[in-house]
Design a protein around this ligand. Structure first.
Ligand code: ZN
Length: 84
């Protein structure tokens, strides 16, 4: 798996939401109503990002992109710690 690509960004464009490095659809029943406490979401659920995108496409997309980026970074750091 490569972390140097822009998948976290491209996947957000397709409405994909990362959780522990795994992309899921925003409306996937596994994550849809699960609050995320990252610095970007601050307790928002994917469903709320969907609602936000509906009203303010750019604002919703921005949160999704940054959430994905943070999730990738966290996953990457965990992987690095494991290898030590
Ligand atoms: Zn988040």
């Amino acid at each position: 798996m490569s972390y140097s690509n822009l998948s976290w960004f491209l996947d957000a464009k397709h409405g994909l939401y990362f959780r522990n490095g795994i992309p899921l659809m925003l409306n996937d029943s596994e994550v849809r109503f699960e609050e995320c406490n990252c610095e970007v979401c601050k307790g928002m659920m994917p469903q709320e990002i969907i609602d936000l995108m509906f009203n303010h496409k750019e604002a919703g997309f921005r949160i999704l992109v940054l959430h994905n980026l943070l999730d990738m970074q966290r996953t990457f750091q965990k992987e690095r710690l494991k290898r030590k």
